[in-house]
Design a protein around this ligand. Structure first.
Ligand SMILES: NC(=O)c1ccc[n+]([C@@H]2O[C@H](COP(=O)([O-])OP(=O)(O)OC[C@H]3O[C@@H](n4cnc5c(N)ncnc54)[C@H](O)[C@@H]3O)[C@@H](O)[C@H]2O)c1
Ligand SMILES: [Zn+2]
Length: 375
């Protein structure tokens, strides 16, 4: 990652029927967290910070110092943030811990970490005593552009990802790009697949930027990171503001995720990082759109080329296409008639398509299964 990002703080607002909240983005925000949370919650003292041991070791001290200076009494709840631990049992343990420490409904929860910490802490806040307030302090690229925004919280079931959850908007999101500086290269790159997703669904200028500036983007240069965060957060904030509950429009954010989740789940969450699964999933959705004649071939090739140019993806789990096909329906209670795919139409526009013949889906899956790493 590049050296410290010195941009000033930008505010992007999410405005839904149920809540209005700011997404603050800027280098050094972690140090300002105390003052900003204080303004949101003038009388509050008890702040329960949910984090992972690793993230806490890297960034916890800075956050703790800032909130203490603003008069909060921070208490730290650490959780294992592996995807396999994004389960109800983790939420239950944290809830018992909150109760043991005497947290009541006035307590504030802060999630400091990646998407796993954010989803678990958000669901904890959504359900503890029927709902308490929380803020998101995402420390991964996926967290900052995606998972911390929009109020979706939840955990996985054995049979599929994110099947148990709640909509619970945060009071605010504080994204400090400096925290990305300690991300392992693979995690940063995994987030870049979600950036490509944003570009394909609604940011053609960002798509061109990625094509043209790829080496600098991969190196995490400050101006690039700033551009990615700004474009992606604006896009996501705009979409969830119009469709918080995923009645329609918000589904576009699932581009690459229908196939991606199936591969991620069948790989036992070990083989592929979430973003990597989405990388594979975007390529499959693009090939499916092409097979159905719904995207010009040149646009399809650009999408595939950009995904591939981010680097070598780990191999897909070795599962038969019929098994994979069944897994597509395990993902969020869909039946065969009801499954909808988000397919690219051109760069910057996707469409939601139902009633796709099983044969076309299977043929697309066959193109990918048994595939070696992309490069
Ligand atoms: N709620 C939503 O709308 C939404 C959207 C997208 C993704 N998600 C979820 O988010 C999860 C993926 O999140 P993720 O990609 O952030 O991964 P993650 O939470 O698994 O974090 C990845 C790894 O990076 C480490 N880490 C985090 N921040 C770090 C830092 N600053 N420096 C060094 N290491 C750091 C973590 O400890 C972890 O090992 C998935 O469970 C996915 O389902 C949710
Ligand atoms: Zn995702």
């Amino acid at each position: 990652m590049g050296k410290e990002l010195r941009s000033r703080v930008e505010t992007i607002r999410v405005r839904t029927a149920s809540a209005h909240y700011p997404v603050w983005v800027g280098a050094g925000l972690l140090r300002q967290a105390g003052q900003r949370l204080r303004r949101l919650r003038p009388g509050c003292r008890r702040l329960f910070i949910v984090s992972s041991p690793r993230v806490w070791a890297l960034w916890g001290r800075e956050l703790a110092r800032s909130v203490r200076a603003a008069g909060f009494r921070p208490e730290i709840l650490l959780m294992n943030d592996r995807e396999q631990r994004k389960r109800l049992s983790t939420v239950e343990q944290l809830a018992e811990e909150l109760l043991r420490r005497g947290a009541d409904r006035t307590a504030l929860v802060a999630a400091l970490g990646g998407g796993v910490v954010g989803d678990v802490a958000g669901f904890l806040a959504a359900s503890y005593m029927r709902g308490i307030a929380y803020v998101q302090l995402p420390t991964t690229l996926v967290g900052q552009i995606d998972s911390a925004i929009g109020g979706k919280t939840g955990v996985n079931l054995r049979s599929g990802k994110n099947l148990l959850g709640a909509f619970h908007p945060p009071l605010a999101v504080l994204a400090d790009p400096r925290t990305l500086g300690s991300l392992p290269a693979r995690e940063y790159r995994s987030g870049l697949y979600e950036v490509v997703k944003c570009a394909v669904i609604g940011a053609p200028g960002l798509f061109r930027f990625l094509e043209q500036e790829l080496p600098a983007v991969l190196a995490g240069e400050e101006r690039c990171v700033r551009r990615l965060l700004r474009d992606c957060i604006r896009l996501k904030a705009g979409i969830v503001s119009r469709d918080e509950r995923e009645r329609g429009l918000r589904q576009v954010l699932n581009f690459g995720h229908t196939f991606g989740h199936a591969w991620e789940t069948l790989g036992g969450y070990r083989r592929l990082r979430h973003g990597e699964a989405v990388g594979w999933g975007m390529m499959a959705a693009t090939r499916l759109a092409q097979r159905l004649g719904r995207i010009p071939p040149a646009a399809a090739e650009r999408i595939i080329a950009l995904v591939e140019s981010l680097g070598r993806l780990p191999a897909l789990p070795p599962v038969r296409v019929e098994r994979l096909y069944r897994q597509l329906f395990a993902d969020k209670k869909k039946n065969e008639q009801g499954i909808k795919f988000v397919l690219p139409r051109r760069i910057g526009r996707v469409e939601i398509v139902g009633s796709i013949p099983k044969s076309a889906v299977l043929a697309t899956l066959r193109e990918f299964t048994g595939t070696r790493p992309s490069r």
